[in-house]
Design a binder for this molecule. Structure first.
Ligand code: ADP
Length: 408
């Protein structure tokens, strides 16, 4: 009886083993022919086989081609699968990375931590920022996004790994830019307040000097009269600087407003030449005006533009103390051109001189200034629907010109 039972038992066991063997043979055949992907991992309790059905090949191609790392881990943190992008991120070949511990690249992700991650509620939304250490020891900021996978052989984790280097660089750049913009804003505010604050005592000083100079008592020594004239000259220079600073802050704030009337340009240029005669007595200005030209503009502001062209011609012509001012028609525009025979400029410098506060290095040696004149002049000309330009030859001289729409 015992024998029969044993025989039956043995036959049953044999049938069962045959069945298992057939299944195993089928699985091996499937792995061999590429129908099933498998990975053998040496664990503490012997070899373990992980299989992944490759039914949806297009999906796998998508993962392989995507520009983010995709990794699948078993519950002990062994990399079962990853795309080549992740392998590249880790600076290691695909062959070498499979079977390695995730923890080797992103520290802290031990089996213990993974079991917490796996049991966490709402795992689908589990995102975290970490530092990936590549095989060569370089560090890379990354974002990990976890999802658990129910596979035939148990639960595994899938991780999408995004390189944050560029994003962090862009954020840093944006923060830098915001800080710089903020600094420029504060500097503009400072210029605006400082120039207003300077203007008040300067106006009083000017009035006091005028009072002193009008004092008609014969007893004022000649030396004092000379000193008063010098003080007035310095004050005028200071006034021009402060007014320029004020103009710059008005332009920045979009508040450079002025009224316009009918202005005759040849007359305006003659007035400027007359003023320049007092200011720069050793400099010769020749006028070539082809007639009378009218524009709709602000007399004072246009004089400011012409005076700036003249004073630059004077400042930047240390040897040849001559310049030519030509007023002519240019289509339906009036052209005012100031030609000097001074230091001139290179093409590179020409591209920058209308920028705020820009000065050519050599110019600073020759004359003082803050690089505001041309910036303000161009803004004034633009507000007259005109344009400003320059033609220059290094060492030979420059022609600065202004074009303004003429009216009849
Ligand atoms: P500033 O003369 O106060 O420096 P501007 O805005 O009027 O400011 O001029 C800007 C720069 O352009 C000058 O510093 C100088 O380098 C250059 N520049 C202007 N006019 C001339 C000129 N006629 N010849 C040579 N360089 C000039």
């Amino acid at each position: 009886m015992q024998y029969e039972n044993t025989k039956e038992q043995l036959e049953a066991e044999l049938a069962e083993l045959r069945h298992q063997l057939e299944e195993a043979t089928d699985t091996i055949e499937a792995i061999r022919t590429g129908m099933v992907d498998a990975l053998v991992v040496q664990g503490t309790s012997g070899h373990q086989i992980y299989t992944l059905k490759s039914a949806d090949r297009t999906f796998r191609v998508l993962i392989e081609k995507m520009q983010q790392g995709a990794v699948t881990l078993n519950s002990s943190g062994v990399i079962l699968y990853c795309n080549s992008y992740f392998a590249d991120m880790c600076a290691i070949t695909l062959d070498e990375i499979i079977g390695r511990h995730f923890d080797e690249f992103i520290g802290g992700y031990t089996a213990e931590k993974l079991s917490i991650v796996l049991s966490a509620e709402g795992l689908r939304d589990y995102k975290t920022k970490e530092v990936l250490t590549t095989n060569s020891g370089k560090e890379m900021p990354v974002q990990l996004s976890f999802t658990n996978l129910d596979m035939e052989d148990g639960t595994a984790l899938s991780i999408i790994c995004t390189d944050l280097t560029q994003q962090i660089e862009a954020q840093n750049k944006a923060a830098d830019l915001t800080a710089k913009t903020e600094m420029i804003k504060r500097k503009d505010e400072f210029i605006s307040i400082a120039s207003h604050e300077l203007k008040t005592p300067m106006t009083s000083l000017k009035a006091y000097l005028q009072l002193i100079s009008r004092y008609s008592n014969d007893s004022i020594p000649d030396q004092f009269t000379m000193l008063i004239t010098k003080a007035s000259g310095s004050l005028n220079k200071l006034e021009i600087l402060v007014n320029d600073l004020l103009d710059v802050s008005k332009i920045q704030a979009g508040k450079l407003n002025f009224s316009k009337t009918k202005v005759e340009i040849s007359f305006l240029v003659r007035t400027c030449i007359e003023n320049a005669g007092y200011m720069f007595p050793d400099f010769k200005l020749r006028l070539d005006a082809e007639g009378d030209f009218f524009v709709l503009g602000n007399q004072e502001r246009l004089e400011q533009v012409v005076m700036n062209m003249i004073s630059n011609a004077v400042k930047y012509s240390p040897e040849n103390r001559n310049a030519l001012i030509k007023v002519s028609a240019d289509g339906d525009m009036v052209r005012i051109a100031v030609t000097d025979y001074g230091i001139g400029m290179t093409e590179l410098q020409l591209g920058k001189i209308f920028d705020r506060f820009y000065r050519v290095d050599e110019a600073s040696v020759l004359a003082g200034g803050l690089g505001m004149g041309l910036y303000i002049s161009e803004e004034i000309v633009k507000s007259h629907e005109g344009e400003m330009g320059v033609v220059s030859n290094l060492g030979k001289g420059s022609t600065f010109y202004v074009l303004l729409p003429s009216i009849s």
